[in-house]
Design a protein around this ligand. Structure first.
Ligand SMILES: [Mn+2]
Length: 354
């Protein structure tokens, strides 16, 4: 169909050389989609030579042929059974597999099917690494998903009046997204008010919004498989000195990190830049998570921008910058934007008011 899928599979073939593998078995469905365009709920790819294979079941044969290009042969397979024949006919003796995505029982099944003729080579994060650098089509789509999130979060905040529940706000956001061209939400919308906002991943519930409460909305749009992710925090109908001072620390940490982020920086270095700002103001213990994560076909993907991450920021990567301060019993503040790594700096993909 489009050469972009072939180009992506070329990258995996290069990785095969490093792994000493003749072929690469892609079993993760998000990775299958990324490398072939196939969006069915069952199937796997075998990346091999000039003719790659998509195996799926009878429900998806037609869809598989429609969604993939000439360079992919679509064939039937029950589980991984067809791998035995294709590896024998193509004289494939070393197959790399995705160790993070194959279950133990699938691995045992593969060994039974293929050993001793075929050697199975464990690999980790090969497709995810390729996915972390976005091409132009992906950047365009994520930009649209980010812009939808801007509008939806702004609308959600406008609707957040005292007396309404977290549920109601989550629902108006979801409805807004679908009415404005999104395929749905990127993940379950987080609406956390009052003390709930001290829990970074609180699920929207029946708690009623009160005047003077902090309110955290963390949401994203889904568009053609791609996702966006944004968080805004406000104080509902009121003024509060403590809220203002905590908010300003989080905003300072975010602006500092976005200003410092650039190509070549390591994930943990950027995390530390934001963390130092928060620590300087005495809230180091209250920043309960990493600074950010890549966003694309998954809402959390490479590169990770956390204190343990060695991922190097490269041009074309898209990730979040989302410092937060959480005070148990009182509430929390998180501000999250998505950025794209460009030539000399990063640019914002989300632009909702702060
Ligand atoms: Mn996020």
């Amino acid at each position: 169909m489009q050469p972009k899928y072939q180009n992506r599979r070329k990258q995996i073939k290069k990785a095969c050389n490093v792994l000493n593998a003749d072929a690469f078995l892609v079993s993760n469905l998000v990775n299958v989609r990324y490398l072939s365009g196939f969006t069915g709920s069952n199937g796997f790819l075998l990346i091999y030579g000039n003719n790659d294979f998509l195996f799926t079941d009878s429900r998806y044969m037609e869809q598989g042929r429609e969604q993939t290009c000439d360079q992919i042969t679509v064939s039937l397979s029950s589980g991984f059974s067809a791998l035995e024949e294709v590896s024998r006919l193509c004289s494939i003796t070393n197959i790399a597999f995705e160790s993070d995505h194959l279950t133990y029982s699938e691995f045992i099944g593969l060994e039974k099917l293929l050993k001793p003729r075929v050697n199975l080579i464990s690999s980790k994060g090969v497709v995810e690494k390729t996915r972390s650098v976005k091409d132009k089509d992906e950047i365009d789509l994520i930009r649209k998903a980010a812009s939808l999130a801007d509008d939806a979060v702004t609308f959600g905040i406008k609707e957040s009046k005292p007396g309404k529940s977290e549920f109601e706000i989550a629902w108006v956001i979801e409805k807004f997204l679908k009415e404005n061209g999104a395929d749905g939400v990127a993940f379950d919308t987080i609406v956390a008010t009052g003390a709930n906002s001290a829990k970074p991943h609180h699920k929207a519930g029946s708690t009623i919004i009160k005047a003077g409460d902090p309110l955290v909305i963390d949401m994203g749009a889904l568009l053609n498989g791609y996702r966006s992710d944004i968080t805004r925090t406000v104080l509902v109908d009121g003024e509060d000195e403590k809220f203002r001072s905590v908010y300003e620390v989080v905003l300072e940490a975010q602006i500092t990190a976005i200003g410092a982020a650039k190509e070549g920086m390591i994930g943990k270095e950027l995390d530390l830049i934001a963390r130092e700002v928060i620590t300087k103001h005495g809230f180091g213990q209250n920043f309960l998570h990493g600074l950010g994560h890549g966003v694309g076909l998954n809402v959390h993907e490479m590169p990770m921008v956390i204190s343990s991450s060695d991922h190097i920021l490269e041009k074309g990567m898209i990730f979040t910058v989302e410092p937060g301060i959480y005070l148990t019993g009182w509430g929390g503040v998180r501000i999250e934007d998505m950025v794209l790594v460009e030539e000399t700096e990063v640019s914002l993909l989300t632009n909702a008011p702060k």
